[in-house]
Design a protein around this ligand. Structure first.
Ligand code: NAP
Length: 527
């Protein structure tokens, strides 16, 4: 089934001269299929097709687009065991995780199909004319969101399904009415290719225009750079490292026509441990946090990479139980030898920083590519002096910052960069006394968690998966949940436009029965 080719519109193609293979990190061997990197010609062709498809696709009815998304979900499920096997062989992740991620992927597609069926995502707004208004008449103004145009999606290494070819970025962009060109992640080219074939089948079955989706193979920065420089491209979705996201953001800003890059990047997701909670429930929290740090070998953007607490005997007790719990976790393979090497390097660099000491580190001999869980600790004074200690170590790692008192804790928090999340562990009574700390954390994050861990990101309307830089390149937008669609839309206002020329969403008779803001009131009524 896997032929290693690129998918350019509805055609499969291998015109490039570079090839690569994926790696099974558990066996530490290459998988069989050879993938052909997209040539410049293939990249330009994919973008041209997307550009040509854009007008037709943008004008498909919301219900038609919803059928397309639901068909993609069905086609992905139809790939069945072959997809799960390919996923596992390219990531080292267990089948249970593959199934869970597949479920999340198809649910996201179905969620955006429902959003399309309902239709209010276009935020239709109408201010009717007042020809008799004094001193000047008021014109008729109608506004709605329209799709931006062709979008490039750079899939995540750590979510081969839910944040890759048919993941949240693709699903939300397709829902918005934007054709998508995926720059596949080289670590799971087979998974990406199978899912992309499912998208093409769904596109054909639901009569979508050729170019609505393309999938490019690559194992180096060049394909992404060429793609991003193409003047017909209108936006980029990215999940990965700060270095990668920032490089693409800078490249997009340098274009003759700069375009938005919605990059979801690194985060250490601080967890603040308040004293009363440590006194009452040190054991419960040590167990919960140990699970969160080591979940999926720590390869989540919401992994709790920094723990902060006030030094006393209760915190010592927490640290002791945390060390014991971490030691009992059987370390698992990481996604890829490169990620495993980067983790080893990041962990040992942290150990070399002044003032750090090891709380626990898995010391048994392991197979290649296994991520050894580790916890280090450091004083808040050292933490404040050394920005390297504030950086993410991607893997099952956390740094515990010991503070002398609440002022010391607040000073440490004030130095943190933007984060996807922060968690506060405290009793209800004591939380009331930490108002300043909570307000301080709110300025740093996209999601503030009370008495919970950051791993586990619910996909729903009220989720916000984003945060101030460097967690993302635009803190106003979410990469997860209903609002992810907003990244691919822009407002257009029609002034005094004849009713029959207006998009259906703005016409007087409200043929789509949308919830619209009419003269300041939300209503589904006709005008
Ligand atoms: P990455 O290196 O940022 O790469 C992500 C994607 O962007 C890949 O498709 C890569 O293409 C492309 N890319 C990266 N830099 C580029 C550049 N300068 N120009 C053009 N394209 C570029 O992330 P990754 O491969 O997923 O993982 C590497 C490291 O990122 C991990 O070890 C971890 O530290 C971090 N990471 C963090 C998160 C998080 O959520 N915080 C998630 C995943 C990874 P090519 O590989 O083809 O060059």
């Amino acid at each position: 089934m896997l032929d290693g080719k690129n998918i350019i519109g509805f055609k499969r193609s291998k015109r490039g001269s570079n090839s690569f293979k994926t790696i099974n990190p558990i066996l530490n061997i290459e998988n069989e299929t050879v993938y052909y990197e997209a040539s410049s010609e293939e990249i330009q062709e994919a973008v041209s097709l997307a550009h040509q498809a854009y007008r037709t696709y943008a004008e498909t009815s919301y219900k038609h687009r919803a059928r397309f998304l639901n068909a993609i979900a069905e086609e992905i499920m139809a790939l069945d065991q072959t997809l799960l096997d390919t996923y596992c062989s390219e990531t080292g992740l267990p089948e249970g995780r593959a199934k869970g991620e597949r479920g999340r992927t198809v649910n996201q597609l179905r969620m955006f199909a429902q959003i399309l069926d309902e239709g209010s995502f276009v935020e239709a707004s109408i201010d009717t004319a007042q020809p008799d208004r004094q001193p000047v008449p008021k014109v008729d103004l109608r506004k709605m969101m329209v799709p931006l145009g062709p979008v490039a999606v750079f899939g995540a290494s750590n979510f081969p399904l839910a944040y890759s070819s048919a993941g949240g970025d693709t699903a939300s962009a397709l829902a918005a009415g934007c054709p998508v060109i995926v720059k596949g992640h080289p670590m799971h080219a087979g998974t990406g290719s199978m899912v992309s074939s499912a998208i093409i089948k769904a596109a054909k079955d639901t009569a979508m225009p050729e170019g609505v989706f393309s999938h490019l193979n690559s194992s180096g920065h060049e394909v992404g750079e060429v793609l991003l420089k193409n003047p017909l491209l209108k936006a980029v979705g990215f999940t990965g490292s700060i270095k990668g996201g920032r490089a693409l953001f800078d490249l997009a800003a340098k274009r003759k026509e700069p375009i938005p890059v919605f990059a979801e990047m690194g985060s250490v997701n601080p967890v603040v441990l308040l004293p009363e909670a440590m006194k009452k429930e040190a054991e419960k929290w040590a167990k919960t946090i140990a699970q969160s740090i080591t979940l999926g070998s720590g390869q989540f953007c919401t992994n709790p990479g920094i723990l902060m607490g006030i030094k006393n005997s209760d915190l010592d007790c927490f640290i002791e139980i945390l060390a014991k719990e971490i030691n009992e976790v059987v370390p698992a393979s990481m996604l890829h030898p490169v990620i495993a090497d980067k983790y080893d390097d990041g962990r040992s660099q942290m150990q070399q920083q002044k003032g750090t000491s090891v709380v626990v580190e898995y010391s048994e001999k392991t197979k290649a590519n296994v991520g050894r869980p580790a916890i280090l600790k450091v004083s808040a004074a050292e933490f404040r002096e050394n920005p390297k200690l504030h950086q993410e170590v991607f893997g099952p790692f956390s740094l515990l910052v010991e503070c002398q008192n609440i002022e010391d804790l607040e000073r440490a928090v004030s130095l943190l960069e933007g984060q996807l999340t922060a968690s506060v562990i405290g009793t209800t009574e004591e939380l009331r006394g930490y108002d300043h700390l909570l307000k301080q954390l709110e300025t740093k994050v996209g999601r503030l968690i009370f008495n919970g861990v950051p791993t586990g990101v619910e996909v729903c309307a009220s989720m916000h998966h984003g945060g101030p830089y460097p967690a993302t390149t635009d803190s106003r937008f979410s990469a997860v949940g209903d609002d992810a669609i907003k990244r691919w839309l822009r407002p257009v206002c029609y002034q005094n436009c004849p009713d029959e020329l207006l998009p259906a969403s703005l016409q007087n008779s409200n043929p789509l029965q949308l919830l619209r803001r009419v003269d300041g009131t939300l209503t589904r009524a006709k005008l």
